[in-house]
Every structure is written in C-alpha cells, then in structure tokens.
Design a protein around this ligand. Structure first.
Ligand SMILES: NC(=O)c1ccc[n+]([C@@H]2O[C@H](COP(=O)([O-])OP(=O)(O)OC[C@H]3O[C@@H](n4cnc5c(N)ncnc54)[C@H](OP(=O)(O)O)[C@@H]3O)[C@@H](O)[C@H]2O)c1
Length: 291
C-alpha cells in the first residue's frame, strides 16, 4: 500500500515537477529523488529538498523509488515510461490533463500501478506554483490503492481531488483550457477593443483585470446563475443591439465570437430570471447579425 512514507521520485524538474516535489516534501512526503533531461535542473531541485538526491539516469531513479512521477512534457511521458524497467507493485504517475493512463502501458504490463494526478491550475513558475496549490482541484485517474493514495495526497496539500474515467478526460481538460487558456484569449480580445477608441491594449488590461477579479469573486461567492451579470440577464435588448451595430461597423472580426458567447450565455440569463420572450428577442437579434 502506498502512503506518505513511500519513497517518491520525479522525472522532470520543470514547473509542475518542481512545484509538486517541493509541495509534497513540505507536506511530509518522502521525496527522495529527481532526474531530468538537463541534469543541472535536477541538481537544483534536489538541493531544495532535504534528503533528496539528483539521479543522472532515469533508470537509477526508477530503481530507487517506490512511486515515480513522470512530470516531463506530455510527448515524453510515454517514451520515458516505455524505456524504463519497472517493478511489480511500484507506482508510476503522470500529471498530464490531456493524456490518460494508456501512456503508462509499459510499466502497467510490468506490474507497476499507474495513476494520473493532474493539477487543474496554470503554472508559470515553481515559486508561483507552490503558492497556488491550496484550494485547487486535482483530476485523478487510477484504481484501488493508487486512487486512495492520490486522493489522500491531494487532500494533504490542501487541494480537492476529483476522480475521472478515461473517456471523460478530454472533456475535463477542455474545461480547464476554456478557463486557463481561452479566457486569457478573451481578455486579450477585450483589451484590443480599447485600441478602437484611442487607448492601447495595456490600458484595456489595466481596466479589465480588476473586473476579472470581481468576476472570479462573484462566481465563488454567488455561483451560477447569480454571478451572471450585464445586459443579458437584465433583458436590455437596446444595449445588445448597440453592441452588435458597433461591432459590425468597427470591429467585425470579433462579431462572430461575441455573438456565439452571448448565445451560449442566454440559458444562464434565463435561469437567473430573464423571461423567455425577451430571450427569444435577443436570440433573434443576434442571429440576424450573424447572417
Ligand atoms: N504548466 C501547466 O500549467 C500545467 C498544468 C497542469 C499539468 N501540466 C502537465 O505537467 C507536465 C509537465 O509540464 P510543465 O509545465 O512542468 O513543463 P515544463 O515546465 O516545460 O517542464 C518540462 C519538463 O519536461 C522535460 N522534457 C521536455 N521534453 C523532454 C523530452 N523529450 N525528454 C525528456 N524530458 C523532457 C524538461 O526537461 P529540460 O529541463 O531538460 O527541458 C522539463 O523537465 C505535463 O504533463 C503537463 O501537461 C502542466
């Protein structure tokens, strides 16, 4: 049975490997080894954790640890798993949101116990990553003792475990991409609008970020649909018409995006109390501008 005292090692000393190795060591897990394609990064990470050694070879780390996290870029996980010699009963875990457990096929066939431990968070550095772990969600795959071990691991570092089936992993991952990646793109487009009235997008970012924080806070405190605000739940057809007209005249490139987002959001406006006939009027108006 894996537990907090099981010796752990990380292959991959990047943002996620570094964040998890340090966070888990701080939480009392027995982080004993790090290996990395660029050896100096393994040495740097190992030096930050008491009792942790840098391994010059992946196999040396696999041999030394009971649980091995492969925290390389997604494309390398399967290659590293396939190249290693694994023991029966050993744990092997990756942190990809896109890959499922099939990339760990070789260790599984050798009797190792596979798992996935995906942090539902965007990491830009190890330092910020370590601070950002409490309160986040980890998407976990694995059976039996691996499921129990990884669920407990998430809770031990102040995070929230959820358990996934392989067929749901892509849906789960795209939800994170909508938020972590495409929300940033939406913010970039919203900032770009400021260039249409003689400010630049940095001014737009300055104005939009406090609003993004308030939106996140409203979502956390009020949930959906109460956090959904603006002209749609108000049923403000005239304002929506003005938006569509000005986009058509001055920023037609984003008219389709605005229209699709508005239509996708209408059900939440209805849930919040918008009457069906006004919702239909808004929907017809938007669809009229789409054609
Ligand atoms: N970043 C995020 O926001 C985020 C969020 C959730 C999950 N994840 C997942 O976490 C895992 C690691 O991502 P990351 O953001 O930590 O990446 P990262 O900071 O870019 O680090 C990538 C690591 O993979 C190693 N690597 C890259 N290509 C390799 C190859 N061909 N062979 C061997 N090692 C290779 C790098 O070694 P070198 O030091 O030699 O370059 C480095 O240690 C991925 O599965 C990713 O999907 C990332």
């Amino acid at each position: 049975m894996f537990d907090k005292s099981s010796s752990m090692g990380f292959i991959g000393a990047g943002k996620v490997g570094g964040t998890l190795a340090i966070t888990l060591a701080n939480a009392g897990y027995s982080v004993k080894g790090v290996a990395n394609r660029t050896y100096s990064s393994a040495e740097e990470l190992a030096a930050r954790i008491d009792g942790c050694a840098a391994h010059p070879s992946y196999q040396g780390l696999i041999d030394a640890c009971e649980v091995v996290f492969i925290t390389t870029s997604d494309g390398a996980i399967g290659q590293i798993a396939a190249a290693g010699e694994w023991r029966r009963g050993q744990g092997v875990v990756h942190c990809s949101g896109a890959a499922s457990l099939d990339v760990l096929d070789k260790p599984s066939r050798s009797g190792a116990v596979p798992g996935a431990f995906h942090p539902f968070q965007a990491f830009s550095s190890v330092e910020n990553g370590v601070k950002s772990i409490p309160g986040i969600t980890f998407g976990i795959e694995g059976d039996g003792e691996m499921r129990t071990y990884l669920g407990e691991m998430a809770r031990e570092i102040g995070a929230n475990p959820i358990f996934l089936n392989a067929e749901d992993k892509a849906l789960y991952h795209l939800s994170g991409v909508l938020m972590g990646n495409l929300l940033t793109c939406l913010a970039a487009v919203a900032a770009q609008v400021w260039e249409k009235f003689d400010y630049d997008r940095a001014d737009g970012v300055k104005a939009l970020v406090p609003m993004m924080r308030a939106v996140a806070n409203n979502l956390e405190t009020s949930g959906i649909p109460d956090a959904v605000a603006g002209p749609y739940p108000r049923g403000d057809v005239g304002t929506v018409r003005k938006h569509l007209e000005v986009l058509k005249a001055r920023f037609p490139e984003i008219l389709p995006m605005y229209s699709e987002l508005a239509l996708a959001g209408l059900p939440y406006a209805i849930e919040k109390g918008l009457d069906q006939s006004t919702a239909d009027e808004i929907s017809d108006l938007i669809n009229g501008f789409k054609t």
